[in-house]
Structure formats: C-alpha cells, structure tokens
Design a binder for this molecule. Structure first.
Ligand code: NAP
Length: 267
C-alpha cells in the first residue's frame, strides 16, 4: 500500500489560485490526490503550486465564480468525467467584508454573504449526488475564528462564517449515515494575500500588531498549517471526525492574556 495519504482520491478545491486554497491543492497533490481547482483569479503560472498541482497527472483548473450555479455544476461534472469521482471538497473561496451594521453598504453585505455562504453551498450541492452514490466523501469548509466569536466591525464576514459553521453541523447530521463527513476549519489570522490586503490599509499596522499578539503562539499562521489540518480532515486519519468546527488558530480563541503570565515569567 502506498504511504501517500490521498492516493487515488480526487479533490475539488475552490479558491485554489491563492492563499489557503492553493496550499490545500498543493498539499493534497503531494499526498497523491488528483486536484481540480476553481477560482475567480487565474491559476498561478509558476512556483510550487504549478509544480505540485499542474504537473500532477490529470489535474484541472477553471476560472469561475463560486456563486454561479451553472458554472460550478459544469466544473463538478467535468471533474467527475475526467477524473472519475470527487472524494474531497474544500470550500476555500472567500472574501473579507465588514463595517458597522448601520454603515455597511447593502451591496457589500450581499456580496460577502453570497461568496462566503452561497459559494460554500453551491459546490457542496454539486459534489453531494456523487458522494451519496458512492457512500463516502469528505467536505471541508474553510470558516474562520470569526465564525465562532465576534470581531469589531466584522458584521457581514462574521455573519457569513457563523452561518458556515452551522451549515457544517447540519450537513454532518444530514449526510453522516451515508458515509459523508462534513467539517469546518476555523483559521486564526493567516498570512495570505487576503490578510496582506487588509493589513495594508491605511492606519492598520498597529491593529495588525495587536491581532498578532492575540494569538497565544505570538504569530500569524501560514497557509500550509491550514492545509495540513485540511489534509487530516480529507484523509482516513479523521474517519471518526464529523460536524466539528476546528480552530487552527495559534490559540487565538483559547482565551486572553492580561499580563499575569508575564508576572510569572512566561513571556
Ligand atoms: P485569498 O488569498 O484572497 O484567496 C481566496 C481566493 O478566493 C482568491 O484567489 C479569490 O480570488 C478567490 N475568490 C474570491 N471570490 C471568489 C468567487 N466568488 N469565486 C471563486 N473564487 C473566489 O484568501 P485566503 O486568506 O487564502 O482565504 C481563503 C479562505 O480562508 C476564505 O474563505 C477566508 O475567508 C478564509 N479565512 C482566511 C483567513 C486569513 O487570515 N487569511 C482567516 C480565516 C479564514 P480574487 O483574488 O480574484 O478575489
């Protein structure tokens, strides 16, 4: 038996051109999966994503909007036709978006909820019939720590990610008897183009530093660290894990530090 953890599996990954989705695609390909990627952005033309994923036999990539039902269904069908099945889905496409509730523009609210929530539902609907038929599958939603606790100014983003966490639990209940596991990963703040874009905004460098400090490990996460958790959830190593919202957050949601640990010499 091969030692690679996803040998023979097919994974569909949304948001596969950047950040966490790209890291998942790359890590899964390293572990023997054939990977189909979807993203609004074009596939990275070079670098290790291309080396690991594009060079992997039969891997596919299509530029599409995860809110577009027809496009998502077409890509899922094409993936099954070309690669035989879809065994794993990672929903990593997402957008930031917030503002206080009385200030956020409704079109911004609608877009954030659409991409993060409808854009999680549609790929799930596209892969579920095949998974139901084969009576197996692993669906992984990339939610956020902001889906399990509040964050100032978060509004639309937090609401969308909180909804993804509950969608995860409901899907785990609905499909568990058919051998389909559904889990969410709740990343802390991860160094990706999305985070760099946000922290690049004027006046946010001090805020970024305080957010970094709120992670008990004292640093931001790396996309590869989320991909490793996704690999666990995608593989048979997590065969008894379903319905969880797994924080992979360097201790961000563990609690607070107010200086007592420092008084004890624990800097
Ligand atoms: P990223 O680097 O911006 O990657 C997200 C990718 O999704 C981008 O390539 C983006 O394309 C694509 N995308 C956006 N809207 C799409 C749509 N409608 N259809 C298809 N693709 C779309 O961000 P990331 O940090 O890796 O985030 C990945 C996921 O992790 C998101 O769901 C995010 O909310 C979540 N997350 C991130 C963090 C963090 O700190 N980075 C923390 C918690 C959760 P464009 O660039 O063209 O928009």
């Amino acid at each position: 038996m091969s030692g690679r953890r996803l040998e023979g599996r097919v994974a569909l990954v949304t948001g596969a051109a950047s950040g966490i989705g790209a890291a998942c695609a790359r890590r899964f390909a390293e572990e023997g999966a054939r990977v189909a990627g979807i993203d609004l952005a074009p596939a990275p033309g070079d670098g290790d994503w291309a080396a690991a994923v594009k060079a992997a036999p039969d891997s596919l990539f299509e530029q599409a909007d995860v809110c577009d039902e027809a496009a998502v269904n077409r890509i899922a069908d094409a993936t099954r036709d070309a690669l035989g099945s879809i065994d794993v889905l990672v929903n990593a496409a997402g957008v930031p978006g917030g503002g206080a509730a009385h200030q956020i523009a409704l079109e911004d609210w609608d877009r954030t909820i659409a991409v993060n929530l409808r854009g999680t539902l549609l790929p799930s609907r596209a892969v579920l019939p095949g998974m139901l038929e084969q009576r197996s599958g692993s669906i992984i939603h990339i939610a956020s720590v902001e889906g399990i606790e509040g964050f100032e100014g978060g509004s639309a983003y937090n609401a969308s990610k909180g909804a993804v966490v509950l969608l995860t639990r409901n899907m785990a209940i609905d499909y568990g008897r058919r051998g389909i596991r559904v889990n969410a990963i709740c990343p802390g703040f991860i160094d990706t183009p999305m985070l760099r874009g946000l922290f690049g905004m004027e006046g946010l460098s001090d805020v970024a530093e305080r957010i970094r400090e709120a992670h008990q490990l004292g640093r931001f996460g790396r996309a590869e660290e989320i991909a490793n958790a996704a690999l666990f959830l995608a593989s048979d190593e997590s065969s008894f894990v379903t319905g969880v919202a797994l924080p992979v957050d360097g201790g961000y949601t563990a609690g607070h530090r107010f200086g007592v640990a420092s008084m004890m010499g624990l800097d």
